[in-house]
Each structure stands twice: as structure tokens, then as C-alpha cells.
Ligand binder design. Structure first.
Ligand code: CAO
Length: 424
């Protein structure tokens, strides 16, 4: 049995944040039924398309292991079906703009009355406050959650990161909230509301920067390069380039081939316990005892000089040669891997972190599998559903509606014209 087998999810999510959450739950074994608008479905099906007439990778990579039912919720018969789903599902997950669910009549009070065991989980851009009514996408969350103001270089503009911490990060938070509420329900017998705002999710991932904001009140941040450069700090945490956010100074350093390869770099951490080994590797044995370099506090004002010297060494090696040598001495480091290198990395394929999936309309493609590995509940990644592929199946086998009712629903157009044809 899969870990979440038996859990039924009414997946009312779209774009990225909500679908990431429900995809994880599906990978853990939940039966995730995605409700989509007839005709178009999740807007991402048609965004950033690369293969004609096939669902985009944007959609397929976020909606594995789900079923799809098309329902026009602006049609009364569509809402009727939706309420039938509310009655039998354990969790409803949604990430509509603020107010949409209420306008559909799916208020928490009404849902809780119809199915007191149902958990209703929502992603919104902001929690209660001045921006609660705003629509939000990834980069807005990164900006409002403190990530952008602390990312990039001191003399440059704020930067967003390629990691989708606003969307996928919030989806992860929401999934944890849902399984926690499911566990709580085993004691209470009741569902509850689970809310996660994207701003809050991003801030949670930026907590070291709120740490630094408070440290700033007690003096300069000595592990930031800016300190060694003698530049004064302002009243807010500055952008710190590639400085390490932890207590062990680190930087991205050039490796052999950097002039032509944009990813010929390595992240190098001058962890205190292995400082002597670092000195030996780079050929500066006197730094082991020299009072200007021997202890971490003495090194802090000299980080630029120290990393420049280490870089002379890394530039004489490829990033993989440097990795091999440094790992022998237990010196923490990591190559800057391109997406091409990651896609081709055998060990990631072996563990199911990168998977090849077959799709009837687009053929084979690569996706990121489940990064969370459960020993008794392994993940099998199955292709995303075609739009409305399971409409009939859900009406008949899941909701167990009788034929007359199904015919009335199909005739009303609530599931869309395509499904009607398929049913006939
Ligand atoms: N049938 C009929 N209508 C449907 C439907 C269906 N199956 N599903 C949704 N709709 C309707 C809704 O009822 C709503 O109509 P009204 O505005 O008339 O009530 C309408 O679709 C629009 O929904 P939306 O507001 O969620 O979509 P949008 O494109 O306007 O906004 C987004 C998109 C992402 C900005 C917004 O959903 C949002 O802010 N979500 C919360 C934050 C979030 O998750 N952002 C991350 C997005 S990327 O992961």
C-alpha cells in the first residue's frame, strides 16, 4: 500500500503552486482528481508549448499521477457534481485568486457543514493584511517574501532566483499542512482549513536573512564580503552575492575552462575544521599557524584575499577534478551543474529523481521525480492526464451517479462538448 492510499483529493488547483502540492500527494498514493474548465483546462496546458497539439511540459511536469475531470462550475449542473465530490473527498486543494471560491459558493462554512471531515487547503499570495486581495505569481512572492532584496550583488539590482520558491516552495509547505491536518483528523474526526500564503512560504525559506537583519543591530555582518572590503552596512540586510549564508564562509570560484564554459565553477566552503587541509591543498602551509589566517575570526576581514588564493588553485583544475581532490580531504564543495549535466547525470536517473515519462501526444520527456523517498512507499511516476480523460470514470465509478443523472449532466454541457462525444 502507498502511504496515502485511500485519501481522495479534490484538486481544484492550477498553474504551479497548487499543482506541485497535489502532485506530491499523488506520488505518495492519494487519488488526486483534478477539476478543470472544459475546453481549456489548466491554463498551463497551453503555455510555453514545444510540441504542437500536445500538453506543454509546464503542465505535464506538474500534474503526474492525477485524474482529470472537466466541469464548468458556472453551470449549475457543474456545481452539482462539484458538491458530490465535496461529499466523498477527504481534501480539497485550491489556489484561485482571493474571493473566487466564495463566489462559487464553496465557503469554508458550507463545505464544513456538508462534509465535516473535509480538509480545505488554499494557497494565496498574501495572508490577511494590506495585500490579501492581490493576485500573485512566483516572482511577486520572491520580492514580497524577502528573497529578491537579499539576492544578487551589492552594487546590482535585486534578483529573483531560478528556484521556484514562491510556487513550488509554497506547494511543499501546503502539502505538509495537509498531511498534518489528515493526522489531526485521526484524533479529532474533523477537517480543518489549511492556508499557506506565498509571501510567508518564501519568508520561511529566507529566515537566515531575518536572522541577519537582527544581528545587524549589534554590529557589521563579518562573514559578508562587504565587511572585509571595509564598506559600511546600511540599516537593512544587503545583497551578499555568493557569500555563504552560514557560519562557514564560502564562495563560487572559477575552475579550468571558465573563459568559455559558463558553468565551469565550484562552490568552495572554508569550513573551520578542515582549514589546515585547505592550506595544504592550495599550497599555503604557513597559513595553518600564521595568526592572520589560522583562526576563523582572523580570516573574516581577509576573505577576498583568501578566496582569490584558493581560486588560483581551483582555476588549475576542472570542477570535477577539484571535487575529487577536495572530497578526499573532506573539504565541503560542490560543482555548478548545468541543467544539461543534471539531465544526463546517471545517478539521478538511478534514484528516480530524474525520470523519463512517456506521453501519448508528446512522446518521451524528462521530468523531476519525487525528491522525497519513502522506503515502504516508493513513487512510480505516471504521465499527466489528458484534459477530461477521466470525466466519465469519475461520474460513474467514483461518484457512482446513476445513468439518468449522468445523462442530464452531460446534456447540460457542464462537462464540455468533448466529453459528451467521448461518452457517446
Ligand atoms: N469552470 C468555470 N469557471 C472556472 C473554473 C471552472 N472549472 N475554474 C475556475 N473558474 C473561474 C473562477 O470561478 C474565476 O471566475 P470569477 O473571477 O468570475 O469568480 C476565474 O475562473 C478566474 O480564476 P482565478 O482568479 O484563479 O484565475 P486568474 O487567471 O484570474 O488568476 C492567479 C490567476 C494565479 C493570479 C490567481 O489564481 C491567484 O492569485 N492565485 C493565488 C496565488 C497563486 O497560487 N499564485 C501562483 C500562481 S503560479 O503557481
Amino acid at each position: 500500500m502507498k502511504a496515502l492510499e485511500g485519501v481522495k483529493i479534490l484538486d481544484f488547483t492550477h498553474v504551479q503552486s497548487g499543482p506541485t502540492c497535489t502532485q506530491l500527494l499523488a506520488w505518495f498514493g492519494a487519488d488526486v482528481i483534478k477539476v478543470e474548465r472544459p475546453g481549456t483546462g489548466d491554463i498551463t496546458r497551453g503555455q510555453l508549448c514545444d510540441v504542437p497539439d500536445a500538453d506543454s511540459l509546464y503542465f505535464t511536469m506538474l500534474n503526474h499521477n492525477k485524474r482529470s475531470i472537466t466541469l464548468d462550475t458556472k453551470n449549475p449542473k457543474g456545481m452539482e457534481v462539484l458538491w458530490e465530490m465535496v461529499k466523498i473527498c477527504d481534501v480539497m486543494v485550491e489556489n484561485f485568486a482571493p474571493g473566487v471560491l466564495d463566489r462559487m459558493g464553496l465557503t469554508w462554512a458550507k463545505v464544513h457543514e456538508v462534509n465535516p471531515r473535509m480538509i480545505v487547503a488554499s494557497v494565496k499570495g498574501f495572508g490577511p493584511g494590506p495585500y490579501e486581495d492581490c493576485k500573485v505569481y512566483e516572482n511577486v512572492a520572491q520580492c514580497a517574501g524577502g528573497a529578491a532584496s537579499t539576492t544578487g550583488f551589492r552594487d546590482g539590482v535585486p534578483l529573483v532566483t531560478g528556484a521556484q520558491i514562491g510556487d513550488s516552495g509554497t506547494g511543499l509547505h501546503l502539502a505538509l499542512g495537509i498531511v498534518t491536518a489528515l493526522y489531526h483528523r485521526t484524533h479529532s474526526g474533523l477537517g480543518q482549513k489549511v492556508d499557506c500564503a506565498m509571501q510567508d512560504g518564501v519568508l520561511n525559506l529566507c529566515r537566515v536573512k531575518l536572522r541577519d537583519q537582527q544581528r545587524l543591530g549589534h554590529g557589521p555582518l563579518k562573514e559578508y564580503s562587504q565587511f572585509g572590503e571595509g564598506l559600511p552596512f546600511g540599516d537593512a540586510v544587503p545583497r551578499a552575492g555568493n557569500d555563504s549564508g552560514g557560519g562557514q564562509p564560502g564562495r563560487i570560484l572559477k575552475c579550468k575552462g571558465w573563459e568559455t564554459d559558463p558553468n565551469a565553477y565550484i562552490y568552495f566552503i572554508t569550513q573551520a575544521p578542515v582549514w589546515e587541509k585547505i592550506c595544504d591543498v592550495i599550497g599555503e602551509p604557513t597559513w595553518k599557524t600564521d595568526p592572520d589566517y589560522a583562526k576563523p575570526p582572523a580570516r573574516l576581514p581577509r576573505l577576498n584575499e583568501i578566496f582569490a588564493r584558493i581560486e588560483q588553485w581551483t582555476m588549475s583544475k576542472t570542477k570535477f577534478e577539484a571535487m575529487d581532490i577536495l572530497n578526499e580531504y573532506d573539504i565541503p564543495c560542490g560543482p555548478i551543474l548545468s541543467m544539461k549535466e543534471i539531465a544526463e547525470e546517471k545517478s539521478l536517473r538511478d534514484t528516480g529523481t530524474v525520470v523519463e515519462v512517456d506521453h501519448p501526444k508528446r512522446g518521451k520527456y524528462l521530468s523531476v521525480g519525487n525528491p522525497i523517498k519513502l522506503s515502504n512507499s516508493p513513487t512510480e511516476v505516471k504521465r499527466s492526464p489528458l484534459l477530461g480523460e477521466h470525466t466519465d470514470e469519475v461520474l460513474r465509478d467514483v461518484l457512482k451517479l446513476d445513468e439518468a443523472r449522468i445523462a442530464a449532466i452531460l446534456d447540460s454541457g457542464a462537462t464540455g462538448a468533448l466529453t459528451r462525444t467521448a461518452a457517446e
